[in-house]
Write a protein that binds this ligand. Structure first.
Ligand SMILES: [Zn+2]
Length: 342
């Protein structure tokens, strides 16, 4: 799963569905301008094109409302007026003059993980409903997953860039971290104080790249729709939650903790060495990995983690050494579905 979704003027390599609505609109606008330019010799043709654009835009708006409505039903929203068990967000942006407690006027919300207003039962119910990996675990391993998740959530701050902050957002983004580190002793990723969530793919701060997720400073950022896509299909080798948490884990262990854990550093180095071997064959052999994995070794690592969890049998067959090294590093064997702990 590439965490950067590029788009270019030729229209190549565009993950159009993943673009934010304003970019999609821009693309439609450009296409509409092109069509009208090509037809400007004929007024009737021009009117037909305008009518077409109007109908298309109308359908698009209707469709987006339908999708939003659908999502509202599926997920539970934080803001529910009159329900005192759901806290108001603990932060009001400096420029926002709306009084606290009326979050519907804001574009983003910041929640302290310690004060989400979600009980352990609420969190477990979300896992049961939306996280298939959790459901496949034995009860004893599920207990470990839950306990770790509760502690992890409490230690983070969640920044949700949406007018509709869903309760599932902090739970399912955090679940990706717990999934990744379930076998390890250190799982809190303490360097990363913030988990930031955008409803859809978003622009990078420094460029016109469109991102499905990224790790920067003390923040892991993930696009919610991309996260759900990854969770809903657990066998396609693509999972942006695991991908970003793999980048975060590397940063935590190798940079922030300065390779304190020998197990991580020695095995990570081995994955990189094996990655270099796979790199050399990249023009002739692209089994399981996407082109994006060959951008650099960090991306190779993150994509290896996705494949390790989502296509363990294939990875074991095609790259037995990489599989075994990641298994040692993460202390997990996803081939054993009920109890992947080594
Ligand atoms: Zn990446």
């Amino acid at each position: 799963m590439p965490d950067t979704i590029y788009y270019n003027s030729n229209g190549n390599n565009i993950a159009f569905d993943s673009l934010p609505p304003d970019v999609k609109q821009l693309v439609h606008q450009v296409q509409a301008d092109d069509s009208s330019t090509q037809n400007n010799d004929s007024p009737v043709g021009f009117l037909m094109v305008l009518l077409g654009i109007y109908l298309f835009a109308y359908l698009l708006i209707k469709l987006s409302k339908f999708i939003d409505g659908d999502r509202e039903e599926a997920f539970s929203i934080f803001k529910q007026n009159g329900n005192s068990s759901i806290p108001a967000p603990d932060d009001v942006p400096a420029t926002d003059t709306a009084p606290a407690g009326e979050p519907e006027d804001k574009d983003y919300y910041i929640y302290d993980g310690n004060n989400l207003g979600l009980s352990e039962a609420d969190i477990t119910n979300i896992l049961v409903k939306y996280y298939p990996f959790y459901n496949s675990l034995w009860p004893t391993v599920q207990y470990r997953f839950q306990q770790r998740l509760f502690n992890f959530i409490k230690s983070k701050r969640f920044i949700i860039y949406s007018k509709q902050p869903y309760k599932e957002m902090p739970v399912l983004t955090s679940a990706a971290a717990i999934h990744l580190t379930l076998g390890m002793d250190e799982f809190m990723l303490p360097w990363f104080k913030n988990i930031s969530i955008h409803p859809e793919a978003y622009f990078a701060d420094d460029s016109l790249r469109v991102l499905a997720g990224n790790v920067e400073g003390e923040t892991v950022t993930i696009a919610w729709d991309q996260l759900l896509k990854g969770i809903n299909n657990q066998t396609d080798g693509s999972n942006v939650g695991l991908h970003e948490m793999a980048h975060a884990l590397y940063y935590q262990q190798a940079i922030a903790d300065n390779n304190k854990e020998i197990n991580f550093s020695s095995h990570f180095e081995k994955v990189m060495q094996e990655g270099e071997e796979v790199y050399k064959l990249k023009d002739n052999q692209k089994i399981l990995y996407s082109d994006y994995a060959y951008r650099n070794l960090q991306e190779f690592w993150a994509e290896s983690v996705e494949i390790f969890f989502e296509k363990p049998d294939e990875m074991k067959k095609c790259y037995p050494q990489i599989y075994d090294t990641i298994k040692e590093l993460l202390q997990q064997d996803p081939v054993n579905k009920g109890n992947p702990l080594c």
